[in-house]
Write a protein that binds this ligand. Structure first.
Ligand code: RB5
Length: 157
């Protein structure tokens, strides 16, 4: 799978662990950084990675910030992104089974290395269940379509 990785300065301390897990699992990694603890703005990274999901450059993505929340809120503004802030095995699994999440948002402040390892493995290997969940995920896309109608013509591309 082609997996994009993005982090801000607060996510920087755990990006090495995330890269190690992705490499071990044999995924193709598109690493957009940031590559140091120099402060950056998480929406810039989230937008860049979100667009990679939206245009098919990446199949899935992992975003890391202090809490995982700023990245998640920002990425979910990009059409086609279903970003989930996950904290444990269960949320990692269910975000795939029920929500077909395509972006995993991690908190560098709260997650330990063993948990990160397990969550990524679970999240990348768990299928979407489809069925009634496909109907619900379809309704999320409809909200997105509806929101586009509220944009002025010169904002649509
Ligand atoms: C950056 O200071 C911090 O706000 C960011 O990493 C993240 O936790 C935001 O949600």
């Amino acid at each position: 799978m082609r997996v994009a990785l993005g982090n801000d300065h607060r996510g920087y301390p755990i990006r090495g662990k995330v890269l190690e897990v992705l490499e071990r699992l044999g995924h193709d990694i598109v690493d957009v950084g940031t590559f140091s603890s120099e402060p950056v703005d998480y929406p810039d990274i989230a937008e860049r990675v979100g667009r990679m999901i939206s245009n098919g450059e990446a199949d899935r993505a992992i975003l890391i910030c202090g809490t995982g929340l700023g990245m998640c809120i920002s990425a979910n503004k990009v059409a086609g992104v279903r970003a989930a802030p996950c904290h444990d095995d269960l949320t990692a699994e269910m975000s795939r089974r029920h929500n077909d999440a395509n972006v995993l948002c991690l908190s560098a402040d709260t997650l330990g290395e063993r948990l990160i390892d397990r969550m990524i493995e679970i999240w990348l290997s768990t299928p979407f269940e489809g069925g009634r969940h496909a109907r619900r995920v379809g309704k999320i896309s409809l909200i997105e379509e509806e929101a586009k109608k509220w944009l002025p013509d010169n904002c649509q591309s």
